[in-house]
Design a protein around this ligand. Structure first.
Ligand code: NAD
Length: 491
């Protein structure tokens, strides 16, 4: 006899043409709350059949949606913004439960989603076209047009914010969309779909299909999807970029990171210590902008001491959430074990922590490891946990050489009170987002988000002004209405 199990949240469904629908496939995965280790829902593993239904719905919605003037399209997103504000607590609670963040971190993620929505509402002011009389009586104009059906594939670490990197901009610009949330955190996307419907988004403009590898491959292969954005690890970003491009789609694929925080002896000790500690441990270190590596240049022992003091105040279950899974916890602790065995010095050890009452949750405490050398695995790979690896150099050039040699290029930062040293790092760090006395240098709107090297594949950034180029194509029209105007070589 089959035993029916009920979880805290109903089984996740796909959202196609404005309806939550059962997928054709009966395969599912369990969804865990990393706070407790409990199963809280199930997520379907959709494939090409469900994707095709979603693409058909998005194609059917495209003519009317793209024909609506942009000033009308943004009205829906103005309403949506107020709904995000109204439901802030419920949205933050969902993020916390499925991802494991602290409530404040989850709330900050929703606040960022609101800022992203506000930016999309400013699109009518940003996408005016161009016009010129290019010859007597001949006028040329260039205007931005949507691409059609586009897709957005999201990672686990920001269940609410990363979908908002793409949904408001792409849709306001006239596209219709398929969202594929991470199978580890599919709950927030359900609420996003519900709120957009309540705001008045026509059915079929946003569709949500759930699954893992299979549905991502189907998105890359589907002939009627024009563009794919991806955010996740570098390994999968490469696969998606190559596959989508081979299928002649526009693609931007953001990958992982290894961000270096260069600390000079003249840095402000308190500000540097609290910034570095927050950068490495915020969201349990599961940010592509996390400062996971500090390079201390010269005599910085006094700053390292303050940093350890700051990191000691970070308490799991209070101001430090959980990591995403049991596997992640094991991987992070293995990195610490290996670094220690290779000769690094663990100044603060977060291995083996337990949160009373949440003994089965996936927690790692804040960890600071000094005297890491560039050859160690912890200095090279993305750890994605609340762990800081400190390397030491004698000169800023040596620190920059370490930063430049890493294959990623999301962020880099310098802590100093010297303008010329700061400028030197701005000029010579090999990363797309640079911080000066800022540990998490996320460019806020209207500036765009995107790294370099193996942290991003594709020409445009994923947010801000740069994303306008990604989500639109230029139509150039040349017009002549006056038959008497002189003719020349072009008319
Ligand atoms: P991930 O690469 O495992 O998964 C991302 C997406 O790819 C998910 O939707 C997943 O279902 C799908 N996927 C997983 N395996 C796949 C496969 N074999 N084939 C096709 N699709 C597959 O990443 P994650 O663990 O969810 O997220 C963490 C990673 O994302 C980190 O590396 C982090 O640095 C990165 N990230 C980068 C940015 C950025 O802006 N550069 C932002 C957020 C997260």
């Amino acid at each position: 006899m089959e035993v029916e199990t009920t979880f805290k949240y109903p089984a996740i469904k796909n959202y196609i043409a404005g309806q939550f629908s059962e997928p054709a496939s009966s395969s599912t995965l369990d969804v865990f709350s990393p706070l407790t280790g409990a199963v809280i829902s199930t997520v379907p593993l959709s494939g090409m059949t469900e994707l095709d239904q979603a693409v058909k719905a998005a194609e059917a919605a495209f003519p009317a949606w793209s024909a609506m003037p942009i000033k009308e399209r943004v009205q829906i997103f103005y309403r949506y913004k107020t709904l995000l504000e109204r439901d802030m607590k419920a949205l933050a609670d969902l993020v916390r439960e499925e991802n494991g963040k602290t409530y404040d971190e989850a709330r900050a993620e929703v606040e960022k989603a609101i800022e992203l929505t506000e930016f999309a509402c400013s699109m009518p002011q940003l996408i005016q076209g161009e016009f010129l009389e290019v010859s007597r009586g001949v006028e040329a104009r260039a205007e931005r047009k949507p691409l059609g059906v586009v897709a957005s594939i999201a990672p686990f670490n920001f269940p609410n914010m990363v979908p908002h990197w793409t949904i408001p901009n792409a849709i306001v610009l006239g596209n219709t969309m398929i969202l594929k949330p991470s199978e580890q955190v599919p709950l927030s996307a359900v609420k996003i779909g519900e709120l957009l419907k309540e705001a008045g988004l026509p059915d079929g403009v946003l569709n949500i299909v759930n699954g893992d590898k299979g549905i991502v491959e189907a998105i890359c292969d589907h002939p009627d999807i024009k563009a794919v954005s991806f955010v996740g690890s570098t390994r999968i970003a490469k696969v998606v970029y190559i596959r989508a491009s081979a299928n002649l789609k526009r693609c931007v694929a953001l990958g992982g990171a290894k961000n270096h925080l260069m600390v000079l002896p003249d840095a402000h000790p308190d500000m540097t210590a609290s910034n570095v500690a927050a950068s490495m441990s915020g969201c349990a270190g599961q940010r592509c902008m996390a400062g996971s590596t500090m390079v201390g240049v010269g005599a910085v022992d006094h700053i390292v001491a303050k940093l350890v003091e700051e990191a000691r105040k970070i308490t799991v279950g209070q101001n430090l959430g959980s990591v995403i899974s049991r596997e992640a916890k094991e991987r992070i602790e293995q990195h610490i074990n290996e670094a220690e065995a290779a000769g690094a010095k663990v100044l603060l050890d977060g291995r083996g922590v337990v949160v009373p009452g949440h003994e089965d949750g996936y927690y790692v405490g804040a960890t600071v490891i000094d005297y890491v050398t560039p050859g160690m695995r912890i200095a090279q790979e993305e750890v994605f946990g609340p762990v800081l690896a400190i390397m030491r150099t004698n000169t800023l050039d040596e620190a920059l050489a370490i930063e430049n040699a890493n294959p990623y290029g999301n962020a880099a930062a310098v802590f100093t009170q010297s303008g010329s040293n700061a400028r030197y790092v701005m000029d010579n760090a090999n990363a797309g987002m640079i911080g000066v006395n800022i540990g998490v240098p996320v460019p806020r709107e209207p500036f765009s988000f995107g790294g370099w090297n193996e942290s991003k594949f594709g020409a445009c950034d994923i947010t801000g002004k740069s994303s306008i180029e990604f989500w639109t194509q230029l139509k150039k029209t040349t017009t002549k209405w006056n038959p008497e105007s002189r003719t020349n070589w072009m008319s």
